[in-house]
Design a protein around this ligand. Structure first.
Ligand code: SAM
Length: 229
């Protein structure tokens, strides 16, 4: 099994739970995009009697950590989906929601489960394991979401760890402040490899399932240059 480093569990002063305000605020900023995309892209199947054939709507949050952001994300997703069901005339046939909370096996799922909102309107399940591997049966999910998790690399790229390599990064574990563009290229290549693996999750949503990813980015290439100077 690959090494995995989960966020600090529990709810003490150094826990992720007490130190994830930044990610929560960024999600708040992106909410409107998420809602609009769901409104534009959600397909609701009808059978010949024009009733919904989506009795259970399945949502996965990849890299959920221990909360509280995951709960806010899930609430937003469910509200947006319900709104769309209503907008398409299915207000009396809202689906049941089932939410799959995924993170590495080392994640503090106990803290997550203890913090479930008492007024939650969905059935919940924990799914331990890397989203770079297989987590769900094919075409089983209606909506997959991930905030601030897909940018995590599965490993430090090998090239940057070897002194003889042109991408040698002098023992640093990040490309920030590196002196060689080869270091950035090595990190970019690792990211591409990891994305290739995690993109297989898309097939878990089936043909008209939705995938929503929120991740930190920075413009290139000028910011890389200024970072070095
Ligand atoms: C910064 S936290 C974000 C948590 C939450 N989504 C939020 O927005 O607050 C990133 C989470 O992604 C998880 N993660 C990173 N790579 C993962 C992978 N390959 N499979 C499953 N979880 C992963 C980490 O364990 C961590 O809990």
């Amino acid at each position: 099994m690959a090494d995995s480093f989960a966020m600090n569990g529990g709810d003490g002063p150094n826990s992720y739970k007490q130190n994830s305000k930044y990610q929560g605020e960024r999600f708040d900023e992106a909410k409107v995009l998420l809602r609009n995309s769901i409104r534009e892209k959600l397909t609701i199947h009808k059978n010949s009697n024009a009733t919904t054939v989506t009795p259970v709507f399945k949502i996965a949050d990849l890299g959920c950590s221990v909360g509280p952001n995951t709960f806010a994300c899930v609430r937003t997703l469910i509200e947006a989906v319900e709104l769309e069901f209503k907008a398409q005339g299915f207000e009396t046939q809202l689906p049941e929601f089932q939410v799959f909370f995924n993170d590495h096996v080392a994640n503090d799922f106990n803290t997550l489960f203890k913090a479930f909102p008492i007024d939650r309107t969905y059935l919940a399940a924990g799914v331990p394991g890397s989203f770079n591997g297989r987590l769900f049966p094919k075409a089983s999910m209606n909506l997959m979401h991930s905030s601030f998790a897909v940018q995590w690399l599965t490993r430090v790229p090998q090239e940057v760890t070897k002194e003889v390599s042109p991408a040698w990064n002098k023992g640093r574990i990040t490309y920030a402040r590196s002196e060689s563009s080869k270091v950035e290229e090595a990190y970019a290549a690792q990211f591409a490899r990891d994305m290739e693996l995690s993109s297989r999750q898309v097939s878990r949503t089936g043909g008209d399932g939705l995938l929503a990813i929120l991740m930190p980015c920075r413009p290139e290439p000028s910011s890389l240059q200024s970072h070095r100077s």
